[in-house]
Design a protein around this ligand. Structure first.
Ligand code: MSP
Length: 654
């Protein structure tokens, strides 16, 4: 059977973080699982390189856009290679074949009458590359997805007749309740479609970093909307519009995506495919988001978990295991070193690693490392039944993408193995002269470890190869068919010693995330304030005096170090300077400050300032101001408040 598994293609405006690694790990696990079962599997990943956001990030870095995209795309590819991700293709949306395929698809939809030209006027969020109707904006202005200010864009645009597909989409969800996994996520999509679909603007004229129009349309002004371009990668990778050799893998078995991009995959993508008269993917698997120590990860907080750093410290396979075990697929997950270390020590080291060491030790003592399954059925029929039941349950969990339940179930095998050793006490049997019985227990455990390793191999491929090598067999479709499906037992073999597979971890191996700036009222747990930035527990005292505020109220204000990277005078204003201030975020904030009488624009460039970072943006002389500078003013004039020593942009003050 053919299987086609994909990750989202990652934007090239920043390095990979743990969220990207998670999607890639699940997809890689699924691809390896399908290959293990003998299915002809194609696994696609890659990078999404067009659009205004990438163009702007490149400009900020001072590099030509293509060079910028090349570098970040390579950093994703190198990381996946280092992590041994078993992708069959790494697609880039700047690949010539991809661009041609997108144009072919556009032409086909146009020829069908599903694309027409009109004008678009609306609120556009550059960061999300999406138009939003006014009703969805926060405070009439801010993006409902990322919270950044939107701008009004009016442009000529080609539109895709999304509205035409409303009924067919609803029918798709109704007839295929597993189209969206987990099922619990389907409702939000269904409600969105039921709320009415507007035709989708699928081209832009406001920037040029994108796939151009097909020649047949003779319209150079437009480039493709980045989501149309990006979604098409799933078929252009297989040769759509060029040669169809790999189209045998279509339709996709599962597109793995984060919950934030489910709508694009569960609504736009099937509608595009319906327009192209192509079969629809079988599943869209939407996973949740990862936080760090309970906090949302963001560049400005400096708490983004780098998958490379974690893998260097703890090992990439331990990380794969942790992420897939820790979170029920679809739910949000939290990365904390404590939880990670606990799982390494108790599940990997104790349950699995020790079990292997115990039988190596025992077989060394009792049988010169020979393991023979000949008496296992005679003495351990009950354990074999229990083992086979567990093995039979596993596939269902994987098909539903429930990796945590799959691993929970799989771990029952080690409980059976450890339970058999404790219960039958082979060392006592040896003393009693019941050698056959003692050796049967050791062989039972060897078989359990062999079968468990096969089923664990999609998640921990290298580690399980070491276990298989110790047990003198290879993990592949043959051993899967014989030992797992065929329920056969291992042939007589000599067990090998292995180095410790999962050394215990006593202390966190990475520095902890920076202590987040407390936001007391929101974060208060049971009426008690959380730790302050100084690490002290703050007891909140109710003060009678109206002039005093509680500490939590103070911490509601987010103060940060900023670095002025550009400054200019506001024409016709006596007081105002317009500054671009780096707060360590994706892009600098524009701050309009009344300090012109005291500072020249030029003198401020490069200087450090203290910024109130969570003020609602306001318009000053028609210009948006997204923060306020701290300053002190007396009869001698005004001076800005600055840190005593230089600090990194975005450093919290408090
Ligand atoms: N380029 C689009 C996808 C196009 S697919 C045709 C995109 N790229 S992205 O780089 O911004 O995000 C890629 C994936 O990473 C998304 O699935 C997103 O949900 C996921 N994550 C981003 N931050 C995340 C976490 N903190 N946790 C888990 N996944 C997160 O969107």
């Amino acid at each position: 059977m053919n299987k086609y598994i994909t990750t989202p293609i990652y934007y090239v405006n920043g390095e990979a973080h743990i969220g990207h690694a998670y999607t890639t790990f699940i997809a890689d696990t699924m691809a390896r699982y399908e290959r293990l079962k003998g299915n002809d599997t194609y696994f696609l990943t890659g990078t999404d390189e067009h659009g205004q956001k990438i163009e702007e990030s490149a400009q900020k870095s001072g590099k030509p856009t293509q060079e910028f995209a090349d570098e970040i795309s390579a950093s994703f590819k190198n990381l996946w290679d280092e992590f041994d991700i078993s992708y069959d293709q790494f697609i880039r949306t700047t690949d010539a074949d991809h661009k041609m395929g997108v144009q072919k698809a556009f032409e086909a939809m146009y020829a069908k009458g599903d694309i027409y030209k009109d004008f678009y006027e609306g609120h556009y969020c550059v960061s999300c590359e999406t138009f939003f109707p006014e009703t969805q904006l926060v405070d009439g202005e801010f993006c409902p997805d990322c919270g950044r200010a939107t701008s009004i864009v009016k442009e000529e645009s080609y539109f895709f007749k999304l509205s035409k597909y409303e009924d067919r989409l609803l029918k798709l969800y109704e007839e295929n309740p597993d189209f969206i996994l987990p099922r619990s996520r389907a409702n939000e999509v269904i409600n969105f479609v039921k709320g009415g679909l507007r035709d989708l603007s699928v081209t832009r004229t406001s920037f040029s970093w994108g796939v151009g129009m097909p020649k047949s349309l003779n319209d150079d002004k437009h480039v493709m909307y980045v989501w149309l371009d990006a979604l098409m990668n799933y078929i252009t990778a297989l040769g759509y519009g060029k040669d169809d050799a790999n189209m045998k893998y279509w339709p996709a078995s599962v597109h793995f995506v984060g919950k934030d991009i489910l709508r694009f995959h569960a609504i736009y993508w099937p509608a595009f495919l319906m327009s192209l008269d192509m079969p629809l993917p079988k599943h869209i698997g939407a996973h949740g988001w990862w936080t760090r120590d309970g906090e949302k990860m963001s560049k400005s907080k400096g708490n983004v978990v780098s998958p490379k750093e974690v893998a260097d410290a703890y090992g990439v396979e331990n990380l794969r295991y942790f992420m897939l075990r820790e979170v029920p697929f679809g739910q949000d997950g939290d990365f904390s070193q404590r939880a990670f270390i606990d799982r390494i020590n108790s599940e990997l080291s104790n349950d699995l690693g020790n079990l292997l060491n115990r039988i190596i030790g025992m077989s060394g003592k009792y049988s010169d490392f020979k393991i023979d399954s000949v008496d296992v059925e005679k003495y351990h029929a009950k354990e074999l039944d229990a083992m086979n039941e567990v093995l039979g349950n596993l596939d269902g969990f994987m098909q539903n993408l429930q990796t945590h339940r799959y691993l929970d179930e799989l771990w029952k095998l080690f409980a059976i193995g450890n339970g058999a050793i404790t219960g039958y006490e082979p060392w006592v049997k040896m003393k009693e002269g019941k050698v056959d019985e003692a050796l049967a227990t050791v062989a039972l455990v060897a078989n359990i470890l062999a079968k468990a390793s096969i089923m664990l191999s999609p998640i921990m491929p290298k580690t399980t190869n070491i276990i298989a090598d110790a047990l003198d067999f290879e993990i592949n479709n043959n051993s899967y068919k014989e030992l797992v499906i065929g329920k056969k037992l291992l042939k007589l073999f000599n067990i090998k010693k292995v180095p410790p597979l999962f050394p215990r971890v006593e202390e966190p191996l990475m520095s902890e995330a920076p202590v987040a700036q407390p936001n007391a009222p929101k974060d208060k747990v049971n009426g008690k304030a959380r730790e302050s930035a100084l690490g002290q527990e703050i007891e909140e005292e109710k003060k009678e005096d109206d002039n005093l505020i509680e500490i939590g109220q103070f911490f509601e204000t987010s103060l940060k170090i900023g670095i002025v990277i550009e400054a200019e005078e506001v024409p016709k204003s006596k007081k105002l300077l317009k500054l671009q201030v780096d707060l360590g975020e994706d892009k600098p904030r524009q701050v309009v400050a009344g300090i012109k009488e005291f500072y020249s624009a030029q003198s401020l460039v490069g200087s450090q300032v203290c910024v109130v970072a969570n003020l609602k943006p306001a318009k000053l002389m028609g210009m948006m101001s997204e923060g306020m500078l701290l300053a002190a003013k007396d009869e001698d004039g005004l001076c800005l408040v600055r840190p005593e020593k230089p600090k990194k942009a975005g450093t919290p003050i408090g």
